[in-house]
Design a protein around this ligand. Sequence first.
Ligand SMILES: [Zn+2]
Ligand SMILES: [Zn+2]
Ligand SMILES: [Zn+2]
Length: 1023
Amino acid sequence: MGMRAVLTRILGIATVACALVATPAVASAETQVMPDGVNAEVLSLKQDGTKPVQITEPGSYVLKTAKGEVTPTSGYTIDAPDATRINPVRIYIDGTVYVNSYTNSSVGQNRWLFNIKQGSNIEFIGVNNPIISFHDERGGSQSVSGFLTDRYYDGGYKNASGDISVSLGIGDDSQDLTLWYSSSMEQKVPAISLGNTKGNLSANFSKLMIKDYAGKSGAVAGNAQEYAVPVHLFREGRNTTGGNINPFTATFTDCEFYDTSGDFNGAVSVDGNSSFKMPKDGSAVAKLTATFNNCSFSGHNGENAGVRQTNRSYNSVEASRYFANSSILNTYAVSGVMGVTNATVNLNSCEMSNFHSTRSSSADSTLTVDALNVARSARCNINGGTIERYGARGNTCVVYAAGTLTLNGSPEIASYWKNSHAGDTNYGDKYTEADKATGTAKSLYVPKKKSVDANVPALNIASDFSVRGGYGDNVWISIEETADSNGVKSRVLGTCESNKIEGVVPDGSSENDDNSDKYEVVNLNGDLTFRETIHQHKWKVEADGLGVRASCVGPFRNGECEYGMGEDGKPKKYLTATYKLSMSKATSSQSTELVYDGCPVKIALNKDGAWNLEQMGVTASDEFTWYQCKSQADAEAYKNGTKLKGAPTDAGYYYVVTSFKTASGQTLEGKKSFEISQRRLVKNQSYKFILKDGGKGAGKYAYDGKEHQPVVESAQFKNGAGEWVDLVEGKDYELSARSESGLKQTEPGQYECIVIGKGNFTTDGGTTSVLTLKWEIVDVARFDLEVTGFEGAYDGEKHGITVNVKNDPVPADMKIEYREDGGDWTTDKPTYRNAAEYTTCCRVTASGYLTAKGSATVKISKAGQDAPADLVGNNWTTCNSKDGSISGVTKKMEYRHEFSKKYQKITSSDKLTGLAKSGTYYVRYAEDNNHNASADAEVKIEPGSHAVADNAVWKPNGEGSHVKLCKYCKKEQERQPCRWKYEIVTPATPEADGVRQKVCRVCGGKWDEERYTYVDTYAPHHL
Ligand SMILES: [Zn+2]
Ligand SMILES: [Zn+2]
Ligand SMILES: [Zn+2]
């Protein structure tokens, strides 16, 4: 029957034409323009007998009750298969609608205001402060009825048909659409019950408020098909049908449950009903999803107020619906607010507060769940929001997670006050002494797994999970643990993407009030693990030299921590991360830590340092600044340092600075002064000294009478990197004699010298292991040598020295060599013929023999020679020819006149001519290179005879004689007295004397003129 027909037939209401929206379904029906402009048909409040009012056509309807009016006792059935998104079934709830309080004897048929049999796009829109009131205006008459269900009750249990989608919201600026019950009337069915359709089902509710709903199905147990809860979302099927496997999604946005209570849950039951052949792989869980966005579950703060589970016959975490041993019917998750069974629930930014479990008045050990119960095989994702309770009593928990609970967005799950104050009996549910004996209230309780859900994690924490309560209270989680083979009680709860779990203190033994040291929840490599407490280090870090050290101030059994505090309040031990400086191992006799090793000083964290740093949360900068100082005092005071480019190598005083950053951002400075001391240059495998080959091997010299000393061919040091590097004489070392005799030696023998370290090396500190080098002058055989010269007169023969090696036998490789002055050694012996003195050096060598040397002189004197013989003196031809000569001479001769002291060379052969002087000549062989001058041979040279020419005339000699002269030399040869006569020159006159002159009559010689007196001529007189 169509809606129009029903209304027309039953009510006969005149139709009010509406101009705005065509609502042609019932042309004659009363209509009303809604605030959103829709022209809605007013739903009839009258029914035909016990039959519900039928809504069969898509279209807009409005439900309202005027003063004194109530809804039909059998409510409304929506059976509108033609409803579409464009043409939905739209039902306005206009103002306060009073629900009929009549209790039909056939309660199963008429206890919902709206029954959906078929129809998608069914919209409930509240306007004008809409309230579905389950009591009359005066509050005296109260209805036992649900508001909405998809079960169609018509003579018994029936499935709804096809896909159903239903929504509820507000059409104007009203605050919400309230289902307002009377808390004094126990409801037998849910206010909203959805989930029976055969097809897909979706529900989308916003701004729905359910208030004062008090559900308790006990009155109809065994008869009714529902239990009483404000909202029941479920999937149902029978063993014979396999159930409905189509998805059901329900969304509640900005909805509020206030002072509601119910059979199993105080507000919502999400019931996947897994016993009905639902797949066990989790897909069934995904088929029923209920999402609550920004919803609130709360109430008055007081005993028996707020949201609570009221049917105390179901006082454990799970309850069989009707028959505890039923093989058909599932158990249900029992809790104060919401139970989730074989379904998925998302709680986004929801708030649960002022809720209560159904704890019986008498304390027992049975655990009850105050707010949220996620049953095995169910999933609940809590994203943000708050689930908190103050003053819970006894053995309760706020959230029970047997299925998978995933926490994200830092939700707060807390049970305050009574958690840690078991003795508080004054607040909330009045914690009794008996409660104290049965356990404390927990925030979260994770039970043991059962074998069937061994693979289902219980708890996932996908975000920071901080549940620290007010007043510094921790929030306790109680987890049933299993013991491993070592007896350590632990439980992997699920995955935890966050590393941060704060304020969560696992509940441990109820006997021990100080449970904080018993159990803990930790994030181990992403696994959230509940276990017996293991001490957690918390490091107090401080600078310590070139490093940091940390003591543990961490919780849980700090006194048992080796880094924790001892009884004296001081750390028993420090966790250290210290940079250690190192060089290769020093000699054992050197106590200094760092000894030059030819490589830069190495720096590294101490053993486990890196790990320790990681534990401490400290970051090392890994940057080091090195300084060199001139004195140890400066280095130790960290001052006057010269900054180095890198780690130092050479011996000296230094300090190094680095920094650490703690987890809290504090920077700690690490520094250390140190000394690199000289390395002892001693005898060990780090040094390799090789002496030069002295001809007989390294450091060995053949005795040669000369001074020798060891000379280093190569000196190497194996540095810290294991490389052999050259040592430099004078810089790194020097050689020193072992004894006073010095480094230089001449005599054959074995000697030692000492290598003295210099610069980066030292020999100080002891002599026992000083590095010595052995060297040797090797003795050799000697030659018995006699060297003789030669002395003799020139004889035309060659002469040389004589070297006589007397050794017998002489060595086979003996070699005799000679050397003239300025010459080279040669095996050709020099010989000499000419007179002179020659010195020849000689040496004799042979392997293994001391080279012998000698010298001798060849002295050749000049030979004598005989005086020349057979010389013939040739006189002058005349007395005055001066042409003397000597025959028989040679050019080898020389001569002198008897009056000359100097010999003159004879340059001509055979005849020496031109001897102008007469007399005796001495002629000898002249001295030459090889001869002395000979004795003289005397040769006389006489002048020739005078001769007077035949016609020679007498010539006066002026002395009264006249002479005849030699025709050659003009010398007088004959003399006669002149025979003179006077010759008158001037005749004397009587008057005057004349002049007369004697004149030789022979020679005509004249005397001087003489005066004479006149004398008669005749008177001659003669003289
Ligand atoms: Zn510790
Ligand atoms: Zn003469
Ligand atoms: Zn004369």
